[in-house]
Design a protein around this ligand. Structure first.
Ligand code: BGC
Length: 414
């Protein structure tokens, strides 16, 4: 089932209908007497209708501010619902309880023109399968765990390997992007909460892990994502959001012209399997230095070993922070539209991925073919493979503790 048209499309539809009605009226009056007088009256009537429709269309965007729900199919016998969060500026975030997937993000450009900047599909079925993890919540362990193995409290755990010998984004069958979450609109605010119980042993991980992810849309055009988790056995957790953005609009070419700034003096270099070597390397003097805004395409094909290994940017940047509060992590600007995305987070790091592995095999919305580097991800996270790096900040959640993290994606234009 197709996702219902967005507010903008509803408005365009109303305008088209008004115009067609206008033409029909004009044809009908063509042969009658008092022709010119009548058609003048009709023309003014048409103008009135169009103006009314536009105002009504605008009002629709206003009056639908809040959360709308649409049934969009079922998975494993459970209903899948699409939640549309709309604020009074007409900004729209759409997400469904299958994989907690964000299916659309409609935000204005510098002229106020809304466009969908999230790569994705027009139906729930389009996401089955979803090899690039478009828009999904990723976990239990976002990013890679080397050789699908880790040892905790003297016990070695084996996970399904789905990226060479690594485990990527939590496994194969029941990773967070592929399961049905419980969805519930938030009360008193424009948001939705998705909850999921990942059972002890699921995808090889220990402990019954209860996870809650909420998406809230603010009146300042921010998407606020809150993560929370508890467990009954010690277990690693690293949960993130895998939206691919193209600030010019989804499907609108590659992202090489976007300008990126990342608040990180260091990153974790990787080996040929994209597993951190353990080194924390300064970005200074490397093509990974985004301490001042730089075009993605300016250095992406340099022969620097890290870029060759990852086929572009696909690296974990360590956020410069004072304390553990919400800290500015990255800003992206797209010059043709003027759109800006700013990311803040409580997480220690952020994966900047330039869609190097998009290869044209996925066709998304409106028949758009998602080719190499047609989108970028900014995945707030802990360092990859932390369970095998005791010197990295710990990702182990223990019974009695609550894992909490927050990430804010703020959309604006200049
Ligand atoms: C990883 C990429 C991977 C992509 C899709 C990103 O988080 O860093 O290496 O190809 O997800 O799975």
């Amino acid at each position: 089932m197709r996702f219902m048209p967005v507010a903008g499309e509803r408005q365009r539809y109303a305008e088209r209908k008004a115009l067609l009605r206008g033409r029909a009226v004009e044809q009908h009056t063509h042969k009658s007497g008092l022709r010119s007088k009548l058609s003048a009256m009709r023309r003014s009537l048409i103008v009135t209708i169009i103006v009314f429709m536009l105002v009504a269309g605008g009002a629709t965007a206003q009056s639908t501010a809040g959360v709308q729900q649409q049934p969009v199919g079922s998975r494993d016998g459970r209903p899948i619902t699409l939640y549309t969060l709309t604020n009074s500026h007409g900004v729209e975030i759409r997400a469904m309880n299958y994989g907690g997937i964000i299916v659309a993000i409609r935000v204005p450009d510098r002229k106020g023109q809304l466009a969908d900047i999230a790569l994705g599909h027009e139906t729930m079925e389009g996401y089955i399968p979803n090899p690039p993890y478009l828009g999904a919540i990723v976990g239990r362990y976002a990013n890679r765990i080397a050789n699908g193995k880790f040892t905790l409290d003297g016990k070695t755990y084996s996970l399904p390997q789905n990226d060479g010998t690594n485990t990527l984004h939590g496994g194969v069958k029941r990773s967070f992007d592929k399961v049905t979450w419980d969805g519930e609109p938030l009360k008193g605010t424009t948001g939705v909460a998705f909850s999921y119980l990942s059972k002890d042993g699921e995808e090889g991980f220990p402990g019954n892990l209860t996870v809650k992810v909420t998406y809230t849309l603010t009146e300042s055009n921010e998407l606020v994502i809150d993560y929370e988790a508890t467990t009954d056995k010690a277990t690693p957790i690293n949960v993130s959001q895998h939206s691919y953005f193209n600030l010019a609009s989804e499907g609108n070419g590659d992202v090489l012209n976007h300008e990126v700034e990342i608040n990180a003096d260091r990153f974790t270099p990787v080996d040929k399997n994209l597993i951190p070597t353990g080194e924390l390397r300064p970005v200074k003097g490397t093509p990974l230095d985004f301490s001042t805004p730089t075009r993605v395409g300016a250095r992406i094909d340099d022969t620097y070993d890290q870029l060759t290994l990852a086929h572009g940017y696909d690296h974990n940047f360590i956020i410069n922070r004072k304390g553990d509060g919400l800290t500015f992590a990255a800003r992206v600007y797209e010059p043709t539209s003027g759109r800006v995305l700013e990311v803040s987070t409580t997480q220690p790091a952020i994966q900047f991925y330039t869609g190097n592995f998009l290869d044209g095999s996925v066709t998304g919305k409106q028949g758009h073919v998602y080719k190499r580097r047609y989108g970028f991800c900014l995945e707030t996270q802990h360092y990859p493979d932390s369970p095998n790096h005791p010197d990295f900040p710990t990702t182990i959640l223990k019974p009695g503790e609550t894992f909490r993290s927050k990430t804010v994606f703020k959309f604006s234009a200049k």
